[in-house]
Design a protein around this ligand. Structure first.
Ligand SMILES: Cc1cc2nc3c(=O)[nH]c(=O)nc-3n(C[C@H](O)[C@H](O)[C@H](O)COP(=O)(O)O)c2cc1C
Length: 301
């Protein structure tokens, strides 16, 4: 059996497969369907300083080879997470990583600081592509200055592994990656969803309540793969790749493009055990090709 373990800064992963935020709940919901400790990490639901209701329904629409969503970061806030969710997930034997969102750099930093105090959470993933309320709705993650301002504020108050999740809705994702690396990010993950839209022509209305939503699933994979390849060449910190991964072959493509680890999102909705199958498929491929370790294929392109 090939060695599957990888490292993201100080974070040791038993294998490079993780589940993506917003598509795997807090992990617990999947406990009867697959062994949670069989994968390298679980990135739990987006968490904010204060509770959020999320957007009105409808929030999801199916598209060709994918889906649109505008859930809008519905969650009960970081204090609820610390008090009620953390005790339930802290002993799951994998890296439990919290995805953090906010509406100002201070907001992000305060939320991150509260999670820093939780012993069994070894890392956070900063979602910097949610609306920037202070600056009139622009997302932090679409400018170097905006992205850097969040990472700078968080880095001062968060001392464990800091992963920054990048938005694909930009002209040059590599320059955003370099900007967050310069502020002390330990790793970048990409991609978040691509902005999209769908219309019901009989009702002459958009399918989603807020008109637009984030596109995910197999249809985004070629775009995500291209961006991972570009970012992996632009930064020295490890890259985590995601976007449309639904089988081992997809995951191996991301590893070859330069990702040290991968996340699986929308595919969990079709098959709750897909992440375990991807892990096993990577292992079989490595064995069949005479590789001793997954590190032999990372970044070969
Ligand atoms: C229903 C849904 C909810 C999501 N919620 C979050 C979230 O809270 N935070 C975040 O960073 N990304 C969120 N995402 C984005 C995914 O984590 C992932 O970046 C994206 O879907 C691309 O990967 P995929 O094609 O494998 O799904 C969400 C995606 C979906 C489909």
């Amino acid at each position: 059996m090939a060695r599957l373990n990888v490292k993201i800064a100080d974070l040791e992963l038993k294998n490079p497969v993780m589940t993506a935020s917003g598509t795997f709940g807090y992990g617990l919901e999947f406990a009867d369907l697959m062994p949670l400790d069989g994968i390298g990490g679980i990135i739990v639901k987006g968490t904010t300083l204060n509770p959020r209701e999320g957007n009105d329904y409808p929030r999801m629409a199916e598209t060709a080879s994918g889906m649109l969503n505008c859930v809008g970061l519905q969650n009960k806030g970081v204090d609820y997470f610390c008090e009620h969710i953390y005790p339930l997930i802290k002993d799951i034997d994998t890296n439990m990583i919290v995805n953090v969102s906010g509406s100002s750099p201070e907001d992000y930093a305060e939320c991150a600081a509260r999670i820093d105090a939780l012993e069994k959470i070894p890392a956070i993933e900063l979602n910097i592509s949610c609306p920037n309320v202070k600056d009139g709705g622009m997302a932090f993650g679409v400018t170097c200055a905006g992205a850097a301002s969040v990472v700078k504020a968080v880095r001062q108050r968060y001392h464990k592994t800091l992963i920054v999740k990048l938005s694909p809705n930009v002209t040059d994702i590599a320059e955003i990656a370099r900007a967050v690396e310069a502020e002390g990010a330990d790793s970048v993950s990409l991609i978040n969803t691509l902005m999209g839209m769908a219309i019901d022509i009989e009702k002459r209305k958009t399918l989603l309540s807020i008109n637009t939503g984030g596109l995910s699933g197999p249809c985004v994979k070629p775009v995500a793969l291209r961006m991972v390849w570009q970012v992996a060449k632009a930064v020295k910190i490890p890259v985590i790749g995601l976007g449309g991964i639904s089988c081992a072959k997809d995951a191996i493509e991301f590893l070859m493009a330069g990702a040290t680890a991968i996340e699986i999102g929308t595919a969990n909705f079709l098959d709750p055990a897909v992440s375990i199958k991807v892990r096993d498929g990577i292992n079989e491929w490595l064995d069949a090709h005479g590789c001793q370790s997954v590190s032999e294929i990372i970044g070969v392109i």
